[in-house]
Design a protein around this ligand. Structure first.
Ligand SMILES: [Zn+2]
Ligand SMILES: [Zn+2]
Length: 338
C-alpha cells in the first residue's frame, strides 16, 4: 500500500477524500489503523480553525472519537503493543512537563495537541498519536458504539462523577442529542433520579426509554424541577447559553449547573440564587485517558450504548452536515475499517 485515505475539510465547508503518504510514528507515538470515528459538534472548532492552529486555507483531517488498532510503535514506546485496540478522544495526549502536568491536572496541559485541530484526526484510515492520549478499550464492543464514548460519553460520564450529585439525588439532563441521550443513560445507571429536559413533547417517549424517570418540557423547566424537590445537578448539553439560564432556577440548595454544551451566547444569571443557596455554575472538559477507561468500563458494565447512524468514510461531508442540522439520531459515525 502506497498511501492511506483521509478526508480533508476546509473552513468554507469542503470535504475532500484524499490519499496521504504513510508516516512512521515519532518517538513516544503509535500509528493507529482506524476502525471508526464519531462525528462530534466540536469538530466545528478544528474545521473552522477557530483556535488558529494552522495557516488559513490549510485543510484539516477532522475527528476526535477514534477507535482502532495499533499498527506501529515509535521509538521509546512501552506498555502498548501492535494489534492492541485503542481509542482516542478530543485531547491528543498530555506533555508531562508543563506546569499543569506537574500538578497532575492533565486535562489542562498547555502543550497538548487537539485531534482534528492542531493534529490530524480520525476521518482517515490511519493516524499517529502520542501514547499519553491512548485509551485501552475492550475487544467485544462494536467500534461504531465505542467511538462516541471517546468524547460524548467521556464528557457526560466525567461531568457526572465529578459533580456534587450522589446516588438518589435528582439529576436533570438538558437536551436530548449526541451528549444528552448518553447523559440520561449514564445518570440512570449511576443511581440518580433522572429528569430529562427538552423542547416540546416529541422526545418524551425516547427519554423515558433511555432511563429518565421524569420528562420536562423546557418551557417551564425551573418550576417543574422545583416541584420535584430541586435538582442537585443539571447537566446542560444544549449548545445555547440562553437555554441554560432558566435552569439555575431549578437547582436545589448547593446544586450545580454543569455546563458541557459549547454555546456562542452567554448564560445570564441573577446573583440571588447563587448567593442564597450556594448554587454554582461549573464547566467540565472531557477527562484524561484514564478517566476514559473508567468511562468505557462503566458503559460496558451497564450496557450503555449510543444510538448511531453509520456511514462510510467517503460520506464524511454528508455525515457532518447531518450532525450540524440536528437531524442525526443521535451520533453520526464513520465506518473506516478496511
Ligand atoms: Zn467531541
Ligand atoms: Zn503538559
Amino acid at each position: 500500500m502506497s498511501g492511506y485515505r483521509a478526508v480533508e475539510a476546509t473552513a468554507d465547508g469542503d470535504f475532500t477524500l484524499v490519499e496521504r503518504e504513510f508516516e512512521p510514528p515519532g518517538a513516544g507515538q503509535v500509528r493507529i489503523a482506524v476502525e471508526a470515528c464519531g462525528v462530534c459538534h466540536s469538530d466545528v472548532a478544528g474545521i473552522m480553525n477557530m483556535t488558529g492552529s494552522r495557516p488559513s486555507g490549510v485543510p484539516v483531517v477532522p475527528g476526535h472519537e477514534v477507535i482502532g488498532r495499533i499498527d506501529a510503535l515509535g521509538d521509546g514506546v512501552s506498555g502498548w503493543r501492535v494489534g492492541q485496540r485503542v481509542g482516542l478522544g478530543y485531547l491528543g495526549g498530555h506533555c508531562g512537563a508543563c506546569a499543569m502536568c506537574q500538578r497532575g491536572d492533565f486535562v489542562y496541559c498547555t502543550d497538548q495537541p487537539v485531534l482534528g485541530d492542531s493534529q490530524q484526526g480520525g476521518y482517515a484510515e490511519y493516524l499517529t498519536a502520542r501514547t499519553s492520549g491512548l485509551v485501552a478499550v475492550p475487544d467485544d464492543m462494536p467500534a461504531a458504539e465505542l467511538a462516541p464514548l471517546m468524547c460524548a460519553g467521556l464528557t457526560v460520564h466525567h461531568a457526572l462523577v465529578s459533580s456534587v450529585a450522589r446516588a438518589g439525588d435528582l439529576v436533570a439532563v438538558q437536551g436530548i442529542g449526541g451528549l444528552g441521550h448518553l447523559g440520561i443513560q449514564y445518570a440512570r445507571a449511576m443511581g440518580f433520579r433522572v429528569a430529562a429536559i427538552a423542547r416540546g413533547r416529541d422526545k418524551e417517549e425516547l427519554a423515558l426509554q433511555l432511563g429518565a424517570h421524569h420528562y420536562i418540557d423546557s418551557t417551564a423547566s425551573d418550576q417543574a424541577l422545583q416541584e420535584l424537590g430541586g435538582a442537585r445537578v443539571v447537566l446542560a448539553t444544549a449548545s445555547s447559553g440562553a437555554s441554560m439560564s432558566p435552569l439555575i432556577g431549578g437547582l436545589a440548595v448547593r446544586g450545580q449547573l454543569v455546563v458541557v454544551g459549547v454555546a456562542q451566547d452567554p448564560i445570564e444569571v441573577s446573583t440571588v440564587p447563587l448567593i442564597f443557596g450556594g448554587r454554582a455554575i461549573v464547566g467540565s472538559l472531557t477527562g484524561t485517558p484514564r478517566d476514559n477507561e473508567d468511562n468505557v468500563g462503566f458503559a460496558h458494565a451497564h450496557n450503555i450504548r449510543p444510538m448511531v447512524e453509520t456511514v462510510p468514510l467517503e460520506q464524511a461531508g454528508e455525515a457532518y452536515a447531518r450532525m450540524m442540522s440536528g437531524d442525526a439520531r443521535f451520533r453520526m459515525v464513520l465506518d473506516v475499517g478496511r
